[in-house]
Design a protein around this ligand. Sequence first.
Ligand code: GLN
Ligand code: ZN
Length: 755
Amino acid sequence: MKSAVIGFPRVGKLRELKFASEKYFRGEISEKELNAVGKALREEHWRLQKDAGIDYISSNDFSFYDGMLDTTVLLNAIPGEYRELNLSENGVYFSMARGYQGAQGDVKAFAMKKWFNTNYHYLVPELSSDTKIKLSGNKPFDEYEEAKAIGIETKPVLIGAFTFLKLAKYNNGKNADDFMEDIIQCYKNILERFERLGTEWIQIDEPALVTDLSNADIARFVTLYKEILKGKNKSKVLLQTYFGDVRDCYRELVSLAFDGIGLDFLEGKKTLELIEINGFPEDKFLFAGVVIGKNIWKCDYRITLKLLNEIKQYANQIVIATSCSLLHVPYTLENETKLEDGIREHFSFAKEKLCELHELSYLAEEDFEASRKYIDNQKVFKTARLYEDKKVQADVSALSEEDFKRKSDRQERKQIQKNHFQLPLLPTTTIGSFPQTLEVKKNRSSFRKGEIDQETYDRQIFLFIEDCIRKQEELDIDVLVHGEFERNDMVEFFGENLAGYVFTEKAWVQSYGTRCVKPPIIFGDVKRIRPITVKYSEYAQSLTDRPVKGMLTGPVTILNWSFPREDISLQEMAYQIGIAIREEVCDLESAGIKMIQIDEAALKEKLPIRREEWYSEYLDWAIPAFRLCHSKVNPETQIHTHMCYSEFEEIVKDIDNMDADVISFEASRSKLTIIDALQANHFETEVGPGVYDIHSPRVPTVEEIVQALKRMLEKIDKNDLWINPDCGLKTRGVTETDASLKNLVEAAKAVRAQR
Ligand code: GLN
Ligand code: ZN
């Protein structure tokens, strides 16, 4: 059997691309030097795959920023305002990625969105009446030839026309149909050019095929490829899908003239069933995604070989592949020096997955059970996991309805809380973090390096907290926060205080552009080891008569920003974490903290791609996991939550069902459309739609905020409205933060006076 990799991480073993790009942005290295780094990385990655015995290796999976942006350039879809800057080719490219402000003009960056159900973000192309799609640029061809020059035949990867049109944003009343003819011609030209270069296989990625498709979508897909494939002659075309199954268009897909079809057998729950019921064409190659491209666990050969055996009954020519691009996992386990025995052998990162693919490709052809490689692989799965905790498991099994329900209902609590807190109308607050100044960062790094002890570290944190409380009092904010100076990351900080978590040193995964994240790994059963935030919150509250919110991260967000286990369900993990957070909530309450915010910044992120699975696979446990955290508190304790995205129009009822007392969320960039949805659904939770955008250093004027508030008050009862920024302030500078909050309070007072 042959093996294939859909795509490989680009940033490099030690994030070389990130550091080189950032130097280039700062003007410290030239374009030529940056290009040389890119070239060296590509070569290294191709050779690595070649040496590992991979048969179908991708090219053009490399990008200096993002593959969708590369496609925008390739399709000549650069909007006029960026072209008109008259920058170099690279300059225009990065102006779309990051915005540009300088001698040549002032443009904003493209919008960024989550790439399907991953934590990778792509740049959203904008198509308008002055877009003329045609082939422009040489990147895929150059990179194909670059690999060929070192003796490696690759399969160039392109984002397909269907996915591109589906993800694009349209201006001037345009829609996808307006660009069909041109995009067909463009992809035909691309195929022809590869034909001329003698390319054997071309991979076209169409992940949008795994989403819910309308009849119009399917018709568009069929039209596109009926036409595009006419440009094909000797080269073979692989249509690659991932992140799910193609249940809405399987029959159409297999009836088109592709030479190979790539299907995901892991995240695609119905993939096997689809080929069982409908068969798979004899003349096509099936690229079977059976090695997970999204998680870091070692492949269990027993399960995978069994799956391959089943697939073999339906397809003649099978190529064993990753389930998606390896972009979503870290580079190599070799970088990790501190993982304990008993843990390390459970993992497999991108480089290690290459070896798995290769081994599986020959094990699948033989009587594998006696094979050394197979026996070695199985060892790990035969011994019990470290960090098993029967008590935690029993606690989860013992959960009953009461654990998910607060003692008093919302209206009753609301009255009790209004009497208890006596807050002014339209109370002001912030989301939690205050600017992480150099001193704050230095304190943390000194502590990590062992230069200062816990006591010295905490003493310093207490000083930061005191400053922060005094500042908020001076600003006359109504509900205060302690500032989050003890944490750099809202998941890692909690993970470090939970048993069952494992941390890596260099297991970075690209999130967008030059930004990488290092998600912690849920290795075993999770429980709280010690109180996590109590001393900081308690101290903050002791300094003031105003309420100070306790500040926690919720179970769904902790789970969604970690690598999850695969041996137990997401629900089970969410409930384990929920119980841990509940202990913290109860401790905060006992310590006299009257308002507790449990952030669910990432709740929306893992909503399944398929609408029919929203509840059964996710919301049915995600919402209860949140309720679990606060079910035990007294009626007068006010529970807040915060979500980063406001695009939750379609699940407004479920958000209400979290049964928090107050929710804050991002709204300033989304033109307040969410407010209509709240009104239409009779949203009951009190709300703090962000009144200004914290992602930019710009200071909002009083008048702007007043206007935003007035618009909100047209749709939201004045007794239910809170006033706060969009999100935490940790990435902002001190000066702009002070100025913005001053204006926020002034605006609140002005509007209050008129009510
Ligand atoms: N409480 C967190 C903060 O203010 C929330 C961060 C977030 O929503 N991502 O930083
Ligand atoms: Zn946020």
